[in-house]
Design a protein around this ligand. Structure first.
Ligand SMILES: [Zn+2]
Length: 131
């Protein structure tokens, strides 16, 4: 059975925009055992998405050869809203922006670490001063 490609349309957050979650089904709908695989619920954590990217062609090949007895659902990236959360050019989809994660502890709400672990890049924004 060929892979079934599907989308779940999400409510628009801004008029005129759309978002959806893509999912794929391998095997036969309703067949058992059933396996559900998803990745990137914390949208900036992409190793699982990369794994599924490489797994999906293999699942398609197995499906075409009739080697999938049950049903396999794959959601390669499950959080399109988080994927759109950027500060400057830095993806912050899984970052908790709170005082506990800042260098100053003052409630400044941007990430402490740059992606390479060096001192924070404030992206041209003025660093907060003490009250
Ligand atoms: Zn996570």
């Amino acid at each position: 059975m060929p892979v079934s490609k599907n989308k779940i349309k999400l409510p628009a957050m801004t008029p005129g925009t759309t978002r959806s979650i893509a999912w794929l089904r391998y095997g036969k709908a309703g067949a058992r055992p059933k396996v559900y695989l998803q990745a990137a619920i914390h949208a900036n954590e992409l190793p699982g998405a990369m794994l599924l990217h490489h797994l999906m062609p293999l699942l398609g090949e197995a499906d075409r050869a009739g080697r999938i007895r049950g049903e396999i659902i794959v959601v390669p990236t499950v959080n399109p809203i988080g994927q759109s959360q950027l500060v400057g050019n830095t993806h912050v989809g899984g970052t908790t922006c709170s005082a506990a994660t800042t260098s100053t502890g003052t409630g400044w709400t941007f990430p402490v670490r740059s992606p390479n672990g060096s001192a924070p890049d404030w992206g041209g924004m003025r660093r907060p001063t003490s009250a």
